[in-house]
Write a protein that binds this ligand. Structure first.
Ligand SMILES: [Zn+2]
Length: 200
């Protein structure tokens, strides 16, 4: 799973999605203090600003929205409710388009945790605009969902890694097929047997 970090600030989306480790059930953002430390370390929250329980719930909600969007980048369905949730954060964080000497960007007028959430949503906005968003994917294995950046030439990577999930899923599919074949075999034998009985 090395060497799959998203470029620039897009890596923050990946880090947020992976702050809940589905494999181990470990949450790096379990409490408001954890969340404040995490946001401060990434320059998203000022040193004096706190995260409330309500902010934390919104951060957790955004994390799940982003995970589902990363799954959608890997072929899953994109939910309209998740897009609505992003638009609510655009509004609540007072996000506005802005001209800069470098071109255009976004201004986020809210400070505090809601402003931090707005900045995270702003990163997604910029990535969709510059075409990098579709490469931020989540592993489709339910017990994993690890977020990675697809650096393959044609953007066709599916699994976090072939060793961790790809081969496991293939093996499961193989076993399911083998079992189905076995059951079909059994059914035809049973049918044959009952057929043989009825002729007696
Ligand atoms: Zn995986």
């Amino acid at each position: 799973m090395d060497g799959d970090a998203a470029p620039g600030r897009l890596v923050l989306i990946q880090e947020l999605a992976n702050s809940f480790d589905v494999r181990r059930g470990r949450d790096d953002l379990a409490g408001p203090r954890d969340a404040a430390g995490w946001l401060r370390a990434r320059g998203l929250l000022g040193p004096q600003l706190a995260v409330t329980a309500e902010d934390l719930a919104r951060l957790h909600g955004l994390r799940e929205v982003l995970r589902r969007m990363c799954l959608a980048n890997n072929g899953a369905e994109l939910h309209a409710a998740d897009i609505d949730a992003l638009n609510v954060l655009v509004r609540d964080s007072d996000m506005r388009p802005a001209f800069t000497v470098h071109g255009v960007g976004l201004d986020i007028l809210s400070s505090g945790a809601v402003g931090a959430l707005g900045q995270i949503v702003g990163i997604v906005y910029e990535a969709i605009r510059d075409g990098t968003w579709g490469r931020v994917k989540a592993c489709p294995e339910d017990a994993c969902n690890y977020a990675f950046y697809d650096t393959s030439r044609n953007g066709s990577r599916v699994w976090c890694s072939m060793a961790a999930c790809g081969s496991k899923v293939k093996m499961r599919a193989y076993r399911a097929r083998a079992k189905a074949d076995l059951n079909m075999g059994k059914t035809s034998v049973d049918r044959h047997r009952s057929g043989a009985q009825s002729t007696q």
